[in-house]
Design a protein around this ligand. Structure first.
Ligand SMILES: C[S@@+](CC[C@H](N)C(=O)[O-])C[C@H]1O[C@@H](n2cnc3c(N)ncnc32)[C@H](O)[C@@H]1O
Length: 218
């Protein structure tokens, strides 16, 4: 099944609010669990690319108290919810959120010790934007941990996953999830992107019926 792109930015307020209020506790905790399994509890400066409403960012900050995290996202609406979440969690001293559209705008720093991203890749019309950002912003030896959706083989498989994982969710979120599955890349496509970007040392793992991770040290 061919990829069907979706809009890059989630800058509609209703969409951002629905996404921010959705219960992503299970996949987002799993993101942090898998990162900790892979790298322990890293310290230093971290970058979260496409941080959205900063739920993953906040969970990572709580679990890794020695990390200072910059979250960047192109959507002002998402960042509004993200800043509320970070302030409410008492994490504002260690977590800074900045509006930045990739690849146009710079990140707050360079030479990050840790670069993470959850569910940005499938939004990008040109996936090389993510891999170029990783290559440019990660310090030598940095830890990289990316998680995203995988595109299923057929529309019927998409429908099955939406039914299984988003049955009770609001219609807006179910439509978002469906569009994201159609927009996602296959493991084979991502392996080719990594080779093309000179990031072939990163390892791709399929970690659920719909998620994969790309991780390693640069
Ligand atoms: C599905 S959300 C994921 C948010 C967050 N990482 C999470 O896991 O909850 C994807 C995010 O990527 C952002 N995004 C998409 N394309 C972008 C780009 N070119 N530059 C910066 N942010 C982008 C969107 O605005 C959205 O907030």
């Amino acid at each position: 099944m061919d990829r069907v792109i979706e809009p890059e930015l989630m800058d509609d307020d209703a969409q951002a609010r629905a996404y921010s209020e959705a219960s992503f506790a299970v996949p987002h905790e799993r993101f942090v669990d898998l990162l900790v399994e892979r790298f322990g509890f890293p310290s230093g400066r971290a970058l979260d690319l496409g941080c959205g409403p900063a739920d993953v960012t906040a969970r990572l900050a709580r679990r890794c108290p020695e990390l200072a995290i910059d979250g960047v996202d192109g959507s002002a609406a998402m960042l509004r919810y993200g800043r509320e979440r970070i302030a409410a969690a008492g994490l504002a001293a260690r977590v800074t959120l900045t509006q930045a559209l990739l690849p146009r705008d710079p990140a707050p720093h360079t030479h990050y010790d840790v670069v993470v991203s959850n569910s940005l890749l499938h939004h990008l019309h040109d996936p090389s934007v993510l891999w170029a950002a990783v290559g440019q912003l990660a310090a030598p030896g940095a830890r990289v941990f990316i998680m995203d959706l995988m595109r299923p083989e057929s529309a019927a498989a998409v429908a099955r996953l939406v039914h299984e994982h988003a049955r009770g969710e609001p219609e807006l979120l179910r439509r978002d999830f469906e569009a994201s599955l159609f927009a996602a890349f296959t493991p084979t496509e991502i392996e080719a992107q990594l080779a093309e970007a000179g990031l072939g040392t990163l390892r791709l793992d399929v970690v659920s019926d719909r998620h994969l991770t790309v991780s390693g040290r640069l």
